[in-house]
Design a protein around this ligand. Structure first.
Ligand code: C2E
Ligand code: MG
Ligand code: MG
Ligand code: MG
Length: 280
């Protein structure tokens, strides 16, 4: 009987699970106050051209400075924000702050960077999404071409029929659309011809092993070739080693993002990093 229970251990509510769910319950509650208390912050991680190591863009990644727990990772709280629907106002906060930042950089005379930000499925499925985005761009006087929106394959699985039109409307504003964590979802490749993304972000799970596994190398090479042929830009995420970098360069990967170049950084540190457009 005990053995049987062990085999079905996912049915058992362990003390560990109890702790996790209590923590999540608390985090869920605190999340409501986090926006009001100004506890969120955006970090920026640079993207470089793989043939020059020149910074050409950055991904904005949210951080939560929790009053008692310290820094809580988005991997932990974004799923909770999605469950409660709070991801919608949080997502708007992210977009506003990215636009504010782009404007500030523009006004201080920095070369233009393309800034990407992540949109959750629930956020993308909002009816008035395109109008909201348009209003925020206008409010901060930011051009759509300064922005790239990263979405994931899960969104395509949840497409309610409006997605294609929405993506086209966003592209009409000059915004670029990237498919994030490419290759990790369950959807078919045929959607690449349907949605016409501007950018493919190769997931870290492939990059992790490219220097040791010929399989990962083959898949990565294949996806890069496919992207080139479909006229999409390819960005490799999670590049940590020089070996990985040079393999990706050989494979004609356009841009590189990862700890090898830099971790995501608070704004003032990001600004110091090579003072933009310089080479690292
Ligand atoms: P993502 O969009 O795929 O972002 C890349 C994640 O990989 C980031 O984790 C980044 O810090 C991490 N990363 C980058 N380079 C390396 C590397 O070389 N090695 C390793 N080990 N990791 C690397 P982070 O910031 O913890 O974010 C996790 C996920 O949370 C993001 O994955 C994204 O899905 C979500 N997220 C973050 N910010 C936002 C946001 O503003 N809105 C929404 N909806 N989701 C967000
Ligand atoms: Mg992303
Ligand atoms: Mg990603
Ligand atoms: Mg990823």
């Amino acid at each position: 009987e005990a053995k049987k229970r062990k085999a079905n251990s996912y049915n058992v509510f362990s003390p560990e699970m109890e702790r996790t769910s209590f923590k999540n319950f608390e985090l869920q509650n605190d999340l409501h106050k986090a926006l009001l208390n100004d506890e969120f912050e955006l970090y920026y991680q640079p993207k470089v051209l793989s043939n020059k190591r020149q910074i050409v863009g950055a991904e904005a990644l949210i951080r939560w400075n929790h009053s008692t727990r310290g820094l809580v990772s988005p991997g932990e709280f974004i799923p909770l924000a999605e469950e409660s629907g709070l991801i919608v106002p949080i997502g708007e906060w992210v977009l506003e702050n990215v636009c504010k930042q782009i404007k500030a950089w523009e006004e201080s005379g920095y070369p233009r960077l393309e800034v990407s930000l992540n949109f959750s499925a629930l956020q993308m499925l909002q009816k008035g999404l395109v109008d909201t985005v348009k209003a925020i761009l206008e409010k901060y006087q930011v051009e759509g071409k300064s922005l790239e929106i990263e979405i994931t394959e899960s969104l395509i699985l949840n497409d309610d029929g409006d997605l294609l039109k929405k993506l086209e409307d966003l592209k009409d504003l000059g915004i670029r659309i990237a498919i994030d964590d490419f290759g990790t979802g369950y959807s078919s490749m045929s959607y690449l011809t349907k949605y016409k993304f501007n950018t493919i972000k190769l997931d870290r799970s492939f990059i992790k092993d490219i220097h040791t596994s010929t399989d990962s190398q083959a898949i990565t090479k294949f996806i890069i070739q496919l992207s080139n042929q479909l006229k999409m830009k390819v960005v490799a995420e999670g590049v940590e080693l020089e070996e990985q970098f040079s393999l990706l360069l050989e494979m004609n990967c356009d841009e590189i993002q990862g700890y090898l170049i830099s971790k995501p950084l608070p704004v003032h540190q990001f600004e110091q990093l090579g003072r933009f457009s310089s080479f690292i």
